[in-house]
Write a protein that binds this ligand. Structure first.
Ligand SMILES: C[S@@+](CC[C@H](N)C(=O)[O-])C[C@H]1O[C@@H](n2cnc3c(N)ncnc32)[C@H](O)[C@@H]1O
Length: 288
C-alpha cells in the first residue's frame, strides 16, 4: 500500500472517532483538495508530495468544521460553488427539487421563463436553473448581505465557465416577503429552500456552528418561512405558474396543507429525496 493510502486510512479512522458521518470519502476529498486533483486521480499523487497540510485539514474536519468550508467549494448538480463562513452549504437533497423545476421549465411553452429563487444563499438553485435552462431569467432573492457576497462571487464565476448564464441571474437584496413587487402575476416558477428547522431541534455541529442561523431556523414548528413563501408565490405566479418548496422530512403533511386548495392551489404534491424521505412540495397556481 502507498503512503498516501496509509495516511488516508488513518485519517478516516480519526474522523470516524470524531463522529464524522462519512469518514473515508471526507478523508479522500481532503487529500484530493490538498493535492489539487480529483478524488479519482489520487493515485497520481507521489508519496514524496505528501505534506502536513493534509493533517491540518483533517484536524479541522475532526473538530467538525464542514468539509466544504475546508475545501472552499461545494458541488451542486453541474456547478462548483465557492462557499465558506456566512453562507449555507448547498445540500444534495436540494438537487432533487431543482431537477424537478428544471424538468418542468423545459416543458413550459414559454419563450423565456421567469423564475424566482427565494433565499438564494450561495446562488445554488438559481445558477443551476440558469445553467440547465438556458432560456430562463432567474431572480435570486437574499436578505443576508454576507450570503449575497458569496452569491455574487458564484454568479461571476459561473459566467466564466457557462457564459450563457451571464446576465441571466439577477441578485435581489431584501426580505423575500416583499420580493419583486413589479413581477406580480408574471412569474412562471417560484422555488425555495427556506429555513425550516423547528427552533430547539438538535442539529450536528457542522450545521449549528457553521451554517448561518438565518438559513436554519423556521420558528416553533419550522414552517414560518414556508407560510410566507406560500403568500409570496400566490402573488408572483401567473395563472398556471408552479411553486416548489423544500422542507424537513417530518413536515411533508403540514406543508401539503399550507398549499391547500382552499387557499387557491391545485395539483399539490409531496416529493421524496434520494433517501426516500419527504423533502419538497410542489403546487400549481390556477389564478384567482
Ligand atoms: C436553507 S438556506 C438555502 C440557500 C440556498 N437556496 C440553497 O439551497 O443552498 C436559506 C436562505 O434563505 C435566506 N433567507 C432566510 N429568510 C429570508 C428572508 N425572509 N428573506 C430573504 N432571504 C431569506 C437565508 O439567509 C439563507 O441564505
Amino acid at each position: 500500500m502507498s503512503l498516501l493510502l496509509d495516511e488516508i486510512a488513518l485519517a478516516a479512522l480519526r474522523l470516524a472517532g470524531a463522529g464524522v458521518e462519512s469518514p473515508r470519502p471526507d478523508a479522500e476529498l481532503i487529500a484530493a483538495s490538498v493535492h489539487h486533483v480529483r478524488r479519482g486521480e489520487l493515485h497520481t499523487v507521489r508519496d514524496c508530495d505528501f505534506d502536513a497540510r493534509f493533517w491540518a485539514d483533517i484536524a479541522r474536519r475532526a473538530a467538525r468544521e464542514p468539509l466544504q468550508h475546508i475545501t472552499g467549494s461545494a458541488h451542486f448538480r453541474y456547478l462548483e460553488l465557492d462557499v465558506g463562513p456566512g453562507v449555507f452549504v448547498p445540500r444534495p437533497e436540494t438537487e432533487v427539487m431543482t431537477g424537478w423545476a428544471i424538468d418542468r421549465l423545459g416543458k413550459m411553452d414559454v419563450a423565456e421563463p421567469v423564475v424566482v429563487d427565494l433565499g438564494t444563499g450561495s446562488g445554488a438553485i438559481a445558477l443551476a436553473i440558469a445553467q440547465e435552462v438556458p432560456r430562463a431569467r432567474v431572480h435570486a432573492v437574499e436578505a443576508d448581505p454576507l450570503a449575497r457576497q458569496w452569491a455574487e462571487r458564484n454568479i461571476a464565476r459561473c459566467a466564466d465557465y457557462a457564459p450563457h448564464t451571464a446576465g441571466r441571474v439577477v441578485l435581489d437584496a431584501g426580505d423575500f416577503a416583499g420580493a419583486l413587487p413589479g413581477f406580480d402575476g408574471q412569474v412562471d416558477l417560484v422555488i425555495s429552500n427556506p429555513p425550516y428547522i423547528p427552533v430547539g431541534a438538535t442539529v450536528p455541529p457542522e450545521v449549528g456552528e457553521y451554517d448561518p442561523a438565518g438559513a436554519l431556523w423556521g420558528g416553533g414548528d419550522g414552517l414560518d418561512a414556508i407560510r410566507v413563501i406560500e403568500k409570496v408565490a400566490a402573488r408572483l405566479l401567473r395563472p398556471d405558474g408552479l411553486v416548489a418548496v423544500e422542507h424537513g422530512a417530518p413536515q411533508g403533511a403540514a406543508v401539503y396543507w399550507v398549499f391547500a386548495e382552499e387557499r387557491g392551489w391545485a395539483d399539490t404534491r409531496n416529493h421524496k429525496d434520494l433517501a426516500g424521505r419527504d423533502r419538497f412540495v410542489t403546487a400549481r397556481w390556477p389564478g384567482r
